[in-house]
Design a binder for this molecule. Sequence first.
Ligand SMILES: Nc1ncnc2c1ncn2[C@@H]1O[C@H](COP(=O)(O)OP(=O)(O)O)[C@@H](O)[C@H]1O
Ligand SMILES: [Mg+2]
Length: 346
Amino acid sequence: MLSWLRNNFTTDLAIDLGTSSTQIGFPAEGIRLDEPSVVAVARGQKGVLGKGAAVGKLAHQMLGRAPDGIRVVRPIAHGVISDFELTEAMLRYFMQKATGRTRGFRPRVVIAIPGCITAVEKRAVINSAERAGAGQIWLIEKSRAAGVGAGLPVSEPVASMVCDIGGGTAEVAVMSLGDIVASRSIRTAGDEMDQAIVKYLRRRYSLRIGEQSAELLKIAIGSAAPLDHELSHEVSGLDTASGIPRKAMITSEEIREALYEPLEEIVDCIRGTIERCQPELIADLADTGLVLTGGVAMLRGIDRHLNQYLGIPVRIAESPRTTVTRGVMICLDHLEQWQDRLDNGS
Ligand SMILES: Nc1ncnc2c1ncn2[C@@H]1O[C@H](COP(=O)(O)OP(=O)(O)O)[C@@H](O)[C@H]1O
Ligand SMILES: [Mg+2]
């Protein structure tokens, strides 16, 4: 009965408004929605295509393939809102889809945001969520939510460190006694890796491929450290010399070379965060190590690569793509306890 009541009347939503994907979870139930943060609009017109339904999975299929009259937009760039109206439309659609309700309800929501966003950008997230139908709104740093979601002992007097690498940002935080003691956030993550692959193939093979193909290559054969069995994958693109479509066989060694630079920036970001900590905390980190979350945590060998360059233990969280959302769900479940540490925009 209690769970029936909760299912039907629950009005608390945990939202990870990500550059690549938006996830919505209900504390009692789990993640109800997980869709690409993409919207399709008719060029020169306001509003979303298909009476507001060309959002998420549907719009994602059109990315890189839409005819001239249609614009496929990712309204979140590097974790911040780049198109306010489309973010609002997307969020409204997702909230309605996740809850199955359209009007007259104003859920309490907690939204995960990058650590590097400005006060104006925070306000934009709050306004978007308000206009999309949210009642009370709190914001939480993605890295804090990731730590909670990964089950780190964030409230204990021992340092623990998490790094969430998504599409648009990499977020690092060291936490102790429930607070973030050092953190950094950079705008180099999965999308930059895709762009690095595009550039590499153009330079090395005079082959022009789209970012979607680059992402597929990264997921199919990408790695950060040598593999026991190196892989290869065929990709189609445009030969920049002849202007004719052509296929090429790409190896995992090549993709690794392409990914080296963005990975180096992430290593520097983590190292810089560690260096800012007090010696006692650094001593803790040598034992407790680093936990990786976010989609890029699934890159082959990234744990070995970071361990080699940072010299501390590195572990990949379970189901890393959803760790942040699960962390937000836990905070919502204990809202009274967490409220003081969340940001409500005032
Ligand atoms: N198996 C994988 N290997 C490497 N990268 C991956 C893999 N799966 C997803 N990604 C990348 O993770 C990023 C998305 O991560 P996610 O946490 O969903 O992002 P965000 O929180 O920014 O929406 C994308 O760049 C995607 O290409
Ligand atoms: Mg994420």
